[in-house]
Design a protein around this ligand. Structure first.
Ligand code: KG4
Ligand code: ZN
Length: 333
């Protein structure tokens, strides 16, 4: 069978990225131009600044991705771009660029959901991974447990009712003075602390999550007790939120009669969360997957991979594709 090459383009938040992926799982190039340093000064992503930087970077990033893959635009079978969810101005840069490129080169265009991309990152790292499984998307914008029935059929079975987990990490980190992005900084500081502070955990009858209570508790504690050991506070926060993630994931797997969990999204780069989930292999006979760190945070290889599964299932977009900032994953209720 002929190889299928997909060019992926990602610009939903603060990384301008392009990648070439062969047959959905083999990365030929994965170029990421990060704006983290630019946004760090502001303590978070400034949407207008993000859009401007995408405009400046995108053309070179795409050229570099083709060059590093050692392919020409003519060799590409289709162009997959993130069209949501994300910041509208940021998304529009990638979508417009991909549309222009598709039009000029007469190649099919595929609008790809960013969340499906995060899940597909696991297909790249783990060649043996096949649906069905439970995908657990934990990122700056999402906390979604998704039943992956097959490559194109998904069902959300639990989600956050307020903050996404990454948002909670970022806010807590800012309050205790660690800066942006908070996840990796909390991950690092927690290694020096003990999880000895009691924090409230929210549970629901169904499989939903809430992180605003624990976030507020940490903020209040930090405010009222300035001498509190910050490393202990970070470690306690991390432990409490991870316990909630694991409790719900186990309930979901039991309900679906599934033994495989694939973590995805920026927060799945957390060494602590990975280690705690990994323990389920021994204690519960589960199989745990997570992408290699570079594929956990935003990148275009994952968008090319998810785009591949759209493409081979005959799902392409027309040139009037628009950015959809609050795009939902299929079957979301
Ligand atoms: O997936 P992502 O790059 O962007 C979104 O689609 O949201 O996720 C970004 C989130 C941020 O909240 C960041 O703090 C978190 O991922 N993150 C981490 C780690 N690396 C990034 N959280 C915990 N531990 C990490 N090592
Ligand atoms: Zn993301």
């Amino acid at each position: 069978m002929k190889d299928i090459l997909i060019l992926g383009i990602e610009s939903s938040c603060d990384e301008t990225a392009a990648a070439v992926v062969k047959n959905g799982r083999e990365v030929l190039s994965n170029v990421i131009s990060s704006q983290i340093e630019i946004h760090e000064k502001f303590g978070g992503v400034v949407p207008e600044i993000a859009s401007r930087n995408h405009v400046e970077a995108i053309s070179n990033v795409v050229k570099k991705a083709l060059k590093e893959a050692n392919v020409k635009l003519e060799d590409i079978d289709a162009i997959s771009c993130t069209y949501g969810p994300g910041l509208v101005g940021a998304l529009l840069v990638g979508v417009s660029y991909a549309k222009a490129l598709a039009y000029a080169s007469n190649k099919p265009l595929i609008g790809t959901n960013h969340i499906e991309g995060h899940i597909a990152a696991n297909y790249i790292t783990h060649k043996e991974l096949k649906p069905p499984f439970l995908a657990f998307v934990i990122s700056g914008g999402h906390t979604h447990m998704v039943h992956i029935k097959n490559y194109k059929e998904f069902e959300i079975i639990g989600k956050t009712r307020d903050d996404a987990i990454g948002e909670a990490f970022d806010k807590v980190a800012r309050v205790i003075g660690l800066g942006y992005p908070g996840g990796p900084k909390i991950d690092k500081l927690s290694k020096e602390g003990k999880p000895n502070i009691q924090l409230p955990k929210t549970h629901f009858e169904n499989l939903d999550f809430s992180f605003s209570g624990i976030k507020t508790a940490v903020i209040n504690l930090n405010h009222k007790t300035p001498n509190l050991n910050k490393a202990d506070l970070a470690a306690s926060f991390q432990k409490a939120v991870t316990e909630v993630l694991i409790e719900n994931a186990l309930k979901a797997c039991e309900k679906l009669n599934i033994k495989t969990i694939a973590l995805a999204g920026g927060v799945s780069a957390s060494s602590y969360i990975r280690k705690e989930f990994q323990k389920l292999e021994e204690t519960k006979g589960m199989k745990i997957y997570y992408p290699e760190p570079i594929l956990c945070t935003d990148n275009a290889a994952m968008i090319a991979s998810a785009g591949y599964y759209n493409y081979i299932n005959g799902i392409t977009s027309t040139l009037d594709l628009n950015a959809v900032p609050n795009l939902k994953i299929t079957n979301q209720n």
